[in-house]
Design a protein around this ligand. Structure first.
Ligand code: OFO
Length: 168
């Protein structure tokens, strides 16, 4: 099957974006672990694994249609963060950027009548709705529970229970 060079490039860029997201969550997890936020560390380690699965989905899609995927160099994410809340805000902002990127490829696939890529991307469209909702829900907890030490401890525990192993 043939897909255009523009779509090939966009999908390879998406591989790089998912790889960076995976590394970014890994850095967040590592900071949480060293800072003593055990629950949040679990959550972000697991989320980093999920992003790697997203990256692999695109790799397999391209290879499956006979277009060799480009495995990117991964940029270094920030090493330190200000607080658990600021991490979650950054995560939401990053997810919104991923949503914009997916939407752009969907629009390109529509424009080029590339039905295969269009259908492939539907999973990502739905996933991004979930991803944004997830971080909005977590951020709401800071408003509802608070930001003092006890509240942060509660939120850390809540994050741990949200760290379910991914099936995707
Ligand atoms: Fe890949 O969903 Fe988050 O970024």
């Amino acid at each position: 099957m043939k897909i255009s060079s523009r779509i090939t490039k966009a999908l390879n860029d998406q591989i790089a974006m998912e790889a960076f997201a995976s590394n970014y969550y890994l850095s967040m997890a590592s900071w949480c672990e060293i800072t003593g936020y055990e629950g949040a560390a679990n959550f972000f380690y697991q989320h980093g694994d999920e992003e790697r699965q997203h990256m692999l989905k695109v790799v397999h899609y391209l290879n499956g249609i006979g277009v060799q995927a480009v495995i990117p160099q991964v940029k270094q994410p920030p090493k330190t963060f200000n607080s658990l809340e600021s991490i979650c805000k950054t995560a939401l902002g990053n997810e919104q950027a991923v949503t914009r990127s997916i939407n752009k490829i969907v629009e390109l696939a529509q424009k080029e009548k590339d039905h295969s890529t269009f259908v492939f991307l539907q999973w990502f469209v739905n996933e991004q709705i979930e991803e944004e909702k997830l971080f909005e829900t977590i951020l709401q907890k800071f408003v509802l529970i608070g930001r003092d030490k006890l509240a942060i401890n509660e939120i850390d525990k809540a994050l741990s229970s949200m760290a379910t192993p991914s099936t995707e």
